[in-house]
Design a protein around this ligand. Structure first.
Ligand code: ADP
Ligand code: ADP
Ligand code: ZN
Length: 219
Protein backbone atom coordinates (compact mmCIF):
# COMPACT_ATOMS: atom_id res chain seq x y z
CA UNK A 1 0.00 0.00 0.00
CA UNK A 2 1.24 3.49 -0.73
CA UNK A 3 -0.06 7.00 -0.96
CA UNK A 4 -3.14 5.80 -2.72
CA UNK A 5 -6.77 6.63 -2.93
CA UNK A 6 -7.89 4.62 0.07
CA UNK A 7 -11.65 4.94 0.35
CA UNK A 8 -14.50 3.48 2.35
CA UNK A 9 -18.09 3.42 1.07
CA UNK A 10 -20.50 3.38 3.97
CA UNK A 11 -24.26 3.01 3.85
CA UNK A 12 -27.05 0.56 4.57
CA UNK A 13 -27.67 -2.57 2.51
CA UNK A 14 -29.13 -1.39 -0.79
CA UNK A 15 -27.65 2.12 -0.59
CA UNK A 16 -25.79 1.61 -3.86
CA UNK A 17 -22.29 0.88 -2.52
CA UNK A 18 -21.64 -1.89 -5.04
CA UNK A 19 -23.07 0.13 -7.93
CA UNK A 20 -20.94 3.17 -7.12
CA UNK A 21 -17.83 1.13 -6.26
CA UNK A 22 -17.84 -0.41 -9.74
CA UNK A 23 -17.96 3.06 -11.26
CA UNK A 24 -15.03 4.18 -9.09
CA UNK A 25 -13.07 1.12 -10.26
CA UNK A 26 -13.66 2.10 -13.85
CA UNK A 27 -12.83 5.78 -13.43
CA UNK A 28 -9.91 5.67 -11.00
CA UNK A 29 -8.44 2.25 -11.76
CA UNK A 30 -8.47 1.08 -8.16
CA UNK A 31 -9.92 -2.28 -7.10
CA UNK A 32 -13.21 -2.78 -5.30
CA UNK A 33 -12.73 -4.72 -2.09
CA UNK A 34 -16.12 -6.13 -1.19
CA UNK A 35 -16.23 -8.44 1.81
CA UNK A 36 -19.71 -9.54 0.70
CA UNK A 37 -18.33 -10.66 -2.70
CA UNK A 38 -15.37 -12.45 -1.09
CA UNK A 39 -17.68 -14.24 1.35
CA UNK A 40 -20.16 -15.23 -1.39
CA UNK A 41 -17.29 -16.62 -3.41
CA UNK A 42 -16.23 -18.74 -0.44
CA UNK A 43 -19.82 -19.96 -0.01
CA UNK A 44 -20.00 -20.88 -3.69
CA UNK A 45 -16.74 -22.82 -3.47
CA UNK A 46 -17.80 -24.55 -0.26
CA UNK A 47 -14.59 -23.68 1.57
CA UNK A 48 -14.35 -23.86 5.37
CA UNK A 49 -14.77 -20.09 5.42
CA UNK A 50 -17.81 -20.33 3.19
CA UNK A 51 -19.48 -22.96 5.31
CA UNK A 52 -19.05 -20.84 8.43
CA UNK A 53 -20.09 -17.60 6.74
CA UNK A 54 -23.20 -18.96 5.05
CA UNK A 55 -25.08 -19.60 8.28
CA UNK A 56 -24.61 -15.98 9.38
CA UNK A 57 -25.35 -14.49 5.99
CA UNK A 58 -28.58 -16.37 5.47
CA UNK A 59 -29.85 -15.16 8.85
CA UNK A 60 -29.09 -11.56 7.99
CA UNK A 61 -26.42 -11.44 10.68
CA UNK A 62 -22.81 -10.37 10.40
CA UNK A 63 -19.95 -12.81 9.97
CA UNK A 64 -17.67 -12.64 13.07
CA UNK A 65 -15.26 -9.71 13.19
CA UNK A 66 -12.05 -11.82 13.40
CA UNK A 67 -13.03 -13.62 10.22
CA UNK A 68 -13.68 -10.56 8.07
CA UNK A 69 -10.77 -8.60 9.53
CA UNK A 70 -8.48 -11.46 8.49
CA UNK A 71 -9.95 -11.49 4.99
CA UNK A 72 -9.47 -7.76 4.52
CA UNK A 73 -5.88 -7.72 5.79
CA UNK A 74 -4.96 -10.46 3.32
CA UNK A 75 -6.74 -8.69 0.49
CA UNK A 76 -5.14 -5.29 1.09
CA UNK A 77 -1.67 -6.87 0.95
CA UNK A 78 -2.11 -7.76 -2.67
CA UNK A 79 -0.28 -5.66 -5.24
CA UNK A 80 -3.35 -4.27 -6.93
CA UNK A 81 -4.15 -2.27 -3.78
CA UNK A 82 -0.86 -0.36 -3.90
CA UNK A 83 -2.44 2.66 -5.61
CA UNK A 84 -5.59 2.55 -3.53
CA UNK A 85 -8.82 0.66 -3.19
CA UNK A 86 -12.47 1.17 -2.44
CA UNK A 87 -13.76 -0.78 0.54
CA UNK A 88 -17.37 -1.78 -0.01
CA UNK A 89 -19.16 -3.35 2.95
CA UNK A 90 -16.22 -3.13 5.34
CA UNK A 91 -15.94 -2.00 8.11
CA UNK A 92 -19.37 -2.87 9.46
CA UNK A 93 -18.70 -2.70 13.20
CA UNK A 94 -16.67 -0.44 15.47
CA UNK A 95 -14.32 -3.36 16.18
CA UNK A 96 -13.67 -3.74 12.44
CA UNK A 97 -13.05 -0.01 12.07
CA UNK A 98 -10.59 -0.06 14.99
CA UNK A 99 -8.76 -3.05 13.53
CA UNK A 100 -8.55 -1.38 10.12
CA UNK A 101 -7.24 1.81 11.69
CA UNK A 102 -4.45 0.02 13.58
CA UNK A 103 -3.51 -2.06 10.59
CA UNK A 104 -3.24 0.91 8.22
CA UNK A 105 -1.47 2.98 10.84
CA UNK A 106 1.29 0.40 11.04
CA UNK A 107 2.00 0.78 7.35
CA UNK A 108 1.57 4.55 7.33
CA UNK A 109 -1.20 4.60 4.75
CA UNK A 110 -4.40 5.69 6.41
CA UNK A 111 -7.85 5.86 4.89
CA UNK A 112 -8.30 9.21 3.16
CA UNK A 113 -12.03 9.37 2.83
CA UNK A 114 -15.22 7.76 4.05
CA UNK A 115 -18.28 8.40 1.92
CA UNK A 116 -21.64 7.69 3.49
CA UNK A 117 -24.32 7.03 0.89
CA UNK A 118 -27.58 8.17 2.48
CA UNK A 119 -30.80 6.39 1.58
CA UNK A 120 -33.77 6.39 3.92
CA UNK A 121 -35.15 3.06 5.02
CA UNK A 122 -38.34 3.28 2.98
CA UNK A 123 -36.40 2.78 -0.28
CA UNK A 124 -34.17 -0.04 0.84
CA UNK A 125 -36.53 -3.02 0.93
CA UNK A 126 -37.64 -2.38 -2.62
CA UNK A 127 -34.07 -1.91 -3.83
CA UNK A 128 -32.88 -5.11 -2.19
CA UNK A 129 -35.79 -7.35 -3.11
CA UNK A 130 -35.57 -6.20 -6.74
CA UNK A 131 -31.80 -6.60 -7.00
CA UNK A 132 -30.45 -9.11 -9.51
CA UNK A 133 -26.78 -9.91 -9.96
CA UNK A 134 -24.84 -11.38 -12.88
CA UNK A 135 -23.47 -14.80 -12.01
CA UNK A 136 -20.46 -14.32 -14.28
CA UNK A 137 -19.27 -10.73 -13.86
CA UNK A 138 -21.06 -9.60 -10.68
CA UNK A 139 -22.71 -6.58 -12.27
CA UNK A 140 -25.85 -5.46 -10.39
CA UNK A 141 -29.27 -4.77 -11.86
CA UNK A 142 -32.70 -3.89 -10.52
CA UNK A 143 -35.87 -5.38 -11.99
CA UNK A 144 -37.51 -1.96 -12.03
CA UNK A 145 -34.86 0.78 -11.61
CA UNK A 146 -32.11 -0.60 -13.85
CA UNK A 147 -33.24 -3.71 -15.69
CA UNK A 148 -30.98 -5.51 -18.12
CA UNK A 149 -31.87 -4.95 -21.74
CA UNK A 150 -32.08 -8.53 -22.90
CA UNK A 151 -34.33 -11.25 -21.42
CA UNK A 152 -32.77 -11.78 -18.00
CA UNK A 153 -29.17 -11.84 -19.25
CA UNK A 154 -26.32 -9.51 -18.33
CA UNK A 155 -25.75 -6.57 -20.71
CA UNK A 156 -21.98 -6.75 -20.15
CA UNK A 157 -21.27 -10.41 -20.59
CA UNK A 158 -24.48 -12.29 -21.35
CA UNK A 159 -24.26 -14.09 -17.98
CA UNK A 160 -27.27 -15.37 -16.08
CA UNK A 161 -28.90 -13.00 -13.58
CA UNK A 162 -29.86 -14.35 -10.17
CA UNK A 163 -31.34 -13.18 -6.88
CA UNK A 164 -29.11 -13.45 -3.81
CA UNK A 165 -30.45 -15.77 -1.08
CA UNK A 166 -30.27 -12.94 1.44
CA UNK A 167 -32.24 -10.55 -0.77
CA UNK A 168 -35.46 -12.40 0.03
CA UNK A 169 -37.75 -10.09 1.97
CA UNK A 170 -37.61 -11.95 5.34
CA UNK A 171 -33.82 -11.73 5.43
CA UNK A 172 -33.76 -8.17 4.13
CA UNK A 173 -35.65 -6.91 7.20
CA UNK A 174 -33.13 -8.61 9.49
CA UNK A 175 -30.19 -7.16 7.57
CA UNK A 176 -31.61 -3.66 7.96
CA UNK A 177 -31.94 -4.22 11.73
CA UNK A 178 -28.38 -5.52 11.86
CA UNK A 179 -27.24 -2.40 10.02
CA UNK A 180 -29.01 -0.08 12.50
CA UNK A 181 -27.60 -1.87 15.52
CA UNK A 182 -24.05 -2.58 14.43
CA UNK A 183 -23.05 -0.46 11.44
CA UNK A 184 -24.88 2.88 11.74
CA UNK A 185 -22.68 3.85 14.75
CA UNK A 186 -19.78 4.09 12.27
CA UNK A 187 -21.26 7.31 10.92
CA UNK A 188 -20.49 9.01 14.22
CA UNK A 189 -17.18 7.21 14.49
CA UNK A 190 -15.92 8.60 11.17
CA UNK A 191 -17.54 11.97 11.72
CA UNK A 192 -15.43 12.32 14.87
CA UNK A 193 -12.27 11.36 13.01
CA UNK A 194 -13.00 14.07 10.43
CA UNK A 195 -13.08 11.65 7.50
CA UNK A 196 -16.81 11.52 6.85
CA UNK A 197 -18.43 12.92 3.73
CA UNK A 198 -22.05 12.38 2.84
CA UNK A 199 -23.89 12.03 -0.45
CA UNK A 200 -27.59 11.75 -1.10
CA UNK A 201 -28.09 8.21 -2.42
CA UNK A 202 -31.59 8.70 -3.80
CA UNK A 203 -31.87 9.69 -7.44
CA UNK A 204 -30.02 9.06 -10.65
CA UNK A 205 -26.97 6.77 -10.37
CA UNK A 206 -24.89 9.15 -12.51
CA UNK A 207 -25.78 12.19 -10.41
CA UNK A 208 -24.80 10.35 -7.25
CA UNK A 209 -21.55 9.22 -8.88
CA UNK A 210 -20.79 12.78 -9.86
CA UNK A 211 -21.23 13.88 -6.23
CA UNK A 212 -18.87 11.12 -5.13
CA UNK A 213 -16.26 12.12 -7.71
CA UNK A 214 -16.36 15.71 -6.52
CA UNK A 215 -15.48 14.48 -3.04
CA UNK A 216 -12.75 12.18 -4.32
CA UNK A 217 -11.19 14.83 -6.55
CA UNK A 218 -11.36 17.54 -3.91
CA UNK A 219 -10.01 15.41 -1.10
P1 ADP B 1 -24.99 -5.41 0.90
O1 ADP B 1 -24.15 -5.02 -0.29
O2 ADP B 1 -26.39 -5.65 0.49
O3 ADP B 1 -24.87 -4.46 2.02
P2 ADP B 1 -22.93 -7.36 1.34
O4 ADP B 1 -22.74 -8.07 0.05
O5 ADP B 1 -21.98 -6.27 1.68
O6 ADP B 1 -24.42 -6.82 1.39
O7 ADP B 1 -22.93 -8.39 2.54
C1 ADP B 1 -23.70 -9.56 2.51
C2 ADP B 1 -23.53 -10.30 3.85
O8 ADP B 1 -22.16 -10.68 4.01
C3 ADP B 1 -23.85 -9.46 5.09
O9 ADP B 1 -25.23 -9.48 5.40
C4 ADP B 1 -23.01 -10.18 6.15
O10 ADP B 1 -23.62 -11.40 6.56
C5 ADP B 1 -21.76 -10.55 5.36
N1 ADP B 1 -20.74 -9.48 5.44
C6 ADP B 1 -20.28 -8.71 4.42
N2 ADP B 1 -19.37 -7.83 4.86
C7 ADP B 1 -19.24 -8.04 6.19
C8 ADP B 1 -18.49 -7.43 7.23
N3 ADP B 1 -17.65 -6.40 6.98
N4 ADP B 1 -18.64 -7.91 8.50
C9 ADP B 1 -19.45 -8.93 8.77
N5 ADP B 1 -20.21 -9.54 7.85
C10 ADP B 1 -20.11 -9.10 6.57
P1 ADP C 1 -25.35 -2.11 -1.87
O1 ADP C 1 -24.05 -2.64 -2.44
O2 ADP C 1 -25.15 -0.87 -1.06
O3 ADP C 1 -26.12 -3.15 -1.13
P2 ADP C 1 -26.27 -2.04 -4.67
O4 ADP C 1 -25.31 -1.16 -5.38
O5 ADP C 1 -26.17 -3.49 -4.91
O6 ADP C 1 -26.27 -1.68 -3.08
O7 ADP C 1 -27.75 -1.54 -5.05
C1 ADP C 1 -28.89 -2.20 -4.52
C2 ADP C 1 -29.97 -2.26 -5.60
O8 ADP C 1 -30.45 -0.94 -5.87
C3 ADP C 1 -29.50 -2.82 -6.93
O9 ADP C 1 -30.55 -3.56 -7.50
C4 ADP C 1 -29.17 -1.56 -7.75
O10 ADP C 1 -29.35 -1.80 -9.14
C5 ADP C 1 -30.20 -0.57 -7.24
N1 ADP C 1 -29.70 0.82 -7.21
C6 ADP C 1 -28.44 1.25 -6.98
N2 ADP C 1 -28.38 2.60 -7.03
C7 ADP C 1 -29.64 3.03 -7.29
C8 ADP C 1 -30.24 4.32 -7.47
N3 ADP C 1 -29.52 5.46 -7.38
N4 ADP C 1 -31.57 4.38 -7.72
C9 ADP C 1 -32.31 3.23 -7.81
N5 ADP C 1 -31.81 2.00 -7.65
C10 ADP C 1 -30.49 1.89 -7.39
ZN1 ZN D 1 -22.24 -10.10 -16.49
Amino acid sequence: MGLGLDLILLGPPGAGKGTQAKKLVEKYGIPQVSTGDILRDAVKNNTALGIEAKAHMNRGALVPDEVVIGIVKERLKRGDCSKGYVLDGFPRTIAQADALFSYLNECGCPINGVIDIRVSKGYLVKRLSGRRVCRSCGFGYHIEFSPSKGNGRCDNCGGELFQRDDDREEVVTKRLDTYEAQTAPLIDYYEKSGLLKTVNGVGDVEVIFNDICKIVDGR
